[in-house]
Design a protein around this ligand. Structure first.
Ligand code: FMN
Length: 326
């Protein structure tokens, strides 16, 4: 979440909050803002539009500092304001010459999306009212898609997502707007629901695969036929190969990360943080880890990139040698 007001006013905020690679082609990138004013969101979106595929408004951040500023989850009580922000942003992008025709402009090189990420209310009727207002008319809805994090502002992330709420929201609105799930997407082969989205996924597991989706109690899994996509936060930090169907981080992911980081360096502490996530047990049921706790401690003691590369080369080489016949 980038704060729109600061982004608009301060060159240093822009430099530190938003950097992209200049090598082409780039994967689609959605820039998410925290905002509470239509002009601020529209202006910030106008500034980033040439460098991204779309903009998103954060209505889910529960942190107290954000809510105190009427940002993030506090916006779940301000549905008209959220509607006004996305309407103004879409209008500004259109004035700037971007194509904001949603599905019609999906393949348009000038196409840009405007989307919203929400949490749910304790009383789901309020969420239904919220979405109805933000969506606007079916013939020209205000947003390209909606991401739902099915927890309330005060639900801890250790509590499982509210699948019943997601089921109701996707069946109510899923034909009118693409709905994405954010929350508890830990491994694609153990999701706590069924979805046609997963039909073509090939799974790769580094340990014996669990007996199908995440269903330990033999209850039928909730079916979500109207779900359009999933988003992962905690699990993808630990396993960036999640969407390739891996249920634990493979060494190839570490190696790809190191190659990218060598070309576009990150602060060393941030490198270590990502590597520690990738080499620890992940969020899903497969708790295989690339490094032991002691090995991770040794990695964290590397004070520079050269030591880090040597350390990981040795570990990856060791893995390779284990597999051959010597
Ligand atoms: C380190 C971290 C940073 C996050 N930053 C954002 C953010 O900037 N915007 C946002 O909408 N959600 C953010 N989230 C929340 C996630 O998008 C997501 O809704 C939540 O973590 C639940 O999904 P998960 O189970 O996949 O982690 C963040 C979560 C984590 C762990």
């Amino acid at each position: 979440m980038i704060l729109a007001k600061e982004f608009n006013r301060n060159r240093f905020a822009r430099d530190s909050d938003f950097t992209i690679s200049t090598s082409k082609p780039q994967p689609p990138t959605i820039v998410q803002f925290g905002a509470n004013d239509p002009q601020e969101l529209a202006r910030a979106s106008s500034l980033v539009a040439p460098f991204c595929s779309g903009v998103d408004l954060n209505c889910g951040c529960p942190q107290s500092w954000a809510c105190a500023e009427t940002l993030g989850a506090a916006l779940m009580e301000k549905r008209e304001l959220v509607r006004d922000m996305v309407v103004e942003t879409r209008a500004q992008l259109r004035r700037d010459g971007w194509a904001v025709g949603k599905e019609q402009d999906m393949d348009n090189p000038k196409g840009k999306s405007v989307s919203v990420k929400i949490r749910v209310h304790k009383d789901l009727r309020k969420t239904i009212d919220f979405i109805t207002t933000v969506l606007g008319p079916d013939q020209d809805r205000h947003i390209d898609w909606l991401t739902v994090h099915p927890r309330t502002r005060s639900t801890p992330s250790s509590t499982p997502i509210n699948l019943e709420a997601l089921e109701i929201l996707t069946s109510t609105f899923g034909d009118r707007v693409p709905i994405l799930l954010s929350g508890d997407v830990f491994a694609l082969n153990t999701l706590p629901f069924t979805s046609p989205l997963l039909a073509s996924t090939t799974f790769t597991t580094s340990s014996p695969p669990p007996p199908g989706p995440n269903n330990n109690n033999n209850n039928p899994l909730t079916a979500l036929p109207k779900l359009s996509g999933v988003m992962s936060a905690r699990a993808i930090l630990a396993n960036p190969a999640l969407y390739a169907g891996y249920d634990a981080c493979p060494w190839e992911a570490v190696s790809t990360f190191m190659n990218k980081a060598a070309r576009a360096p990150l602060p060393h502490k941030l490198m270590l943080h990502h590597l520690s996530e990738m080499c620890s047990p992940g969020m899903g049921p497969n708790k295989a880890a690339l490094l032991t706790k002691q090995e991770r401690a040794a990695m964290m003691a590397c004070t520079n990139m050269v030591d880090l590369i040597d350390f990981l080369d040795e570990k990856m080489g060791g893995i390779g040698r284990e597999g051959d016949d010597r």
